[in-house]
Ligand binder design. Sequence first.
Ligand SMILES: *Cc1c(COP(=O)(O)O)cnc(C)c1O
Length: 357
Amino acid sequence: MPYPKLFNPGPVDVSPETFAAMSQTMIGHRGGDFEVLYASMQPGLQEIFGTARPVFLSTSSAWGVMEGALRNLARKKVLCLCCGAFSDKWLDVARKCGYEADAVQAEWGMPIDAQEVQSKLAEGGYDTVTFIHSETSTGVLNDLAAISKVVKSFPDTMFIVDTVSSLSTVPVEMDAHGVDVMLAGVQKALALPPGLALFAVSEAAMERAKTIPNRGYYFDFIEFAKNAAVNNTPSTPAISLLFGLQYMLQQIAKEGFLARQARHAQTNAMIAAWGAKHGFQHFAPDGFRSRALTCFATPDGFDLSSFIKRLKNEHHFLINGGYGKIKGKTFRISNMGNETPETMQALIEAMDAVLAS
Ligand SMILES: *Cc1c(COP(=O)(O)O)cnc(C)c1O
């Protein structure tokens, strides 16, 4: 095997069964076979999204929809809730799209504070809010219920939520929280190869989109809705990835959605226990930690790059040495996707072996 097994928080390890499912005979997307494939995935997708709305399939990475959601919904002024590399970059992206954009900025490693969101929105004028549920760069799991409650108390404010590294690891409940756009890429918690993003749009957001000029074509929500009504996509989708997604949804149904979440809680706790044993401190505070990955602070004097290199060379496992401005100061271990107590145990034993010699 030329490449190490990925315990990096995205893309993550893809199973041979998933690859096999992706290698089915190609089908055309304007035909009955495709419509059956498309329709077969809706119930499973709606379950993990916690929505009765259609779930759209975008052949792009998550950023396509993150930018596209702004272009469909933002009128003028956007508020970005920032607490790490991905959420901070969303502020940049909003500005690059030409919106007036401000931030509620949490220190990296800390969650978004609902009170600060309340105060900022109370200044007035914001028509759209961006929020990342699980900030993959810091390992912080933000409080979706608390933040959505604040945002929803401001009428006509669109709430765009990224669940890239939380979808299917914990409940996200799009409808219950009044989320207007919920999106995720498939290469993280869903353990597919990259290239596909999933998103759902509230009725209110569809109404808003109709009033926004210059939405373009590729990410136009109206185009997605029109095509979804006939079990299709606006342009040719990554059909092989859809075969993989269909297989993954079948696996989730077979395992049980709750059992899947319990597995993530268990494997995540194994890494927390491993860290505690070696005195590694979490970068995120207790009560606000992702279930899909763990971010540890690098201790003073610890040779992180040698640890990661030896783990890769001697054991063929890849973990991540920090992202963005906390590269080197933190390291991250993923337990997303298909990882089990057995595969996490193998990683733990390998990490222990490296630390012991
Ligand atoms: C990885 C990640 C993204 C970016 O995803 P791409 O697929 O690279 O576009 C966005 N948000 C979060 C939380 C992520 O973890």
